[in-house]
Design a binder for this molecule. Structure first.
Ligand code: ATP
Length: 350
């Protein structure tokens, strides 16, 4: 792991972006002795993001969000992240956190978890705690199973509760559209439904097959599925009809993958071509759906964006957390032909 240089506290405000994730595939393998579900999932960051402005304060922590559906107290995951870091690192200083919400709330896109990880990384810099992604990992796990992924980003394999994150050597690069059904679905309620019908199948290996296949071969995507979808549809039966229509349109318009994200309610489609994505967006909007356009954010892009937001010195460790062993050799990516090619990609269109 690269070691962070000695940190210095930042005195000015930090503006950071908290990116959404989609699950390219999700397998529920069984229930563990500790009651949590054993998952195998493929995470992918996309460039749909919340904006977070963090201003230093002498004392006290405050969070504000422009979306009334998001709590402004300790139920807010971003505020909980700040409190955890304050306690863990013995910091007395405070901060004011202002969130501009763009990621649909309760949509299976992990906006709350991403906000929390973004606040951990930004305050680690602002307060000069110097933990880096590896040091922040235990705090992230305590905040929620999806939070550690956002210390890494890109295309990554999630094992355990989804909190053991392994960045992949091959990164998925494509266009995405996200269908916002404006219908929050409770993740815990979906998992409770999964339990009623769960047949443990630890030998399921579609995600591993996908990982070991050539991700650039589009056919590989066909073996992926989201095993939470049936339970999500039972939890939200009003979505069944819309889900069928969405999938029909996405497939007709040439999506490489059409799926529910996480426990829902957002659906997404992946496209190898911007014109196809545009066609699908138009068709879905004509059918009355709210559609957001995005591109995937690769590991290298995620690192560079965070490096730009935090300042070169500290951000070098982003994605290099000690628990996250590399699947393949992406550590050399910055010097490879692939790495140079990635730099010319226009993903960050804000
Ligand atoms: P999860 O799978 O973690 O439930 P999700 O992607 O379905 O995530 P989120 O938008 O992350 O949905 O959050 C869902 C719940 O978390 C909502 O009830 C919301 O009130 C609460 N919440 C707490 N903090 C935040 C935050 N910063 N942003 C969004 N939601 C938050």
């Amino acid at each position: 792991m690269e070691r962070a240089l000695k940190p210095t506290a930042k005195t000015r405000a930090l503006r950071v972006r908290a990116y959404a994730k989609i699950n390219l595939g999700l397998e529920v393998l069984g229930v563990r002795a500790d009651g949590y579900h054993e998952l195998r999932t493929l995470f992918q960051t996309i460039d749909l993001h919340d904006d977070i402005l963090i201003q230093p304060r002498a004392r006290g922590l405050v969070v504000r969000c422009d979306d009334p559906a998001v709590p402004g107290d300790e139920r807010n995951l971003a505020l909980r992240a700040a409190l955890e870091l304050q306690r863990y690192a013995g910091i007395e200083r405070g901060a004011e956190i202002a969130i501009t919400k763009r990621i649909p709330v309760g949509g299976g896109l992990a906006g709350g978890s991403s906000d929390a990880a973004a606040v951990l990384m930004a305050l680690d810099r602002l307060w000069g705690a110097g933990l880096g992604p590896a040091g922040l990992h235990p705090l992230a796990r305590r905040l929620g199973a999806d939070v550690p992924f956002f210390l890494v980003g890109g295309t990554a394999l999630g094992l355990g509760r989804g909190d053991e994150v392994y960045p992949l050597h091959r990164q998925v690069r494509c266009h995405a559209i996200v269908i916002d059904l404006q219908r929050p679905v409770s993740t815990s309620a979906v998992f409770a439904r999964v339990d009623r019908n769960l047949t443990p199948h630890e030998n399921s290996n579609n995600i591993f097959r996908f990982v070991s296949s050539d991700l650039e071969g589009l056919r590989a995507f066909r073996i992926l599925s989201n095993e939470l979808e049936q339970a999500a549809m039972e939890e939200a039966p009003d979505l069944v009809d819309r889900a069928q229509r969405i999938r029909g349109i996405l497939n007709r318009e040439g999506a490489t993958l059409a799926s529910l994200s996480g426990s829902g309610s957002s659906f997404f489609g992946l496209f190898d071509d911007g014109r196809k994505a545009q066609g699908a967006q138009s068709a879905l909007m004509a059918a009355g759906f709210i559609v957001l356009r995005a591109r995937t954010v690769s590991l290298g892009q995620y690192r560079r964006i965070w490096a730009g937001s935090l300042g070169r010195m500290r951000a070098r460790g982003v994605g290099n957390q000690s628990r996250s062993r590399h699947h393949g050799d992406h550590g050399r990516q910055g010097h490879s032909r692939r790495g140079r090619k990635a730099k010319s990609l226009r993903v960050d269109r804000v």
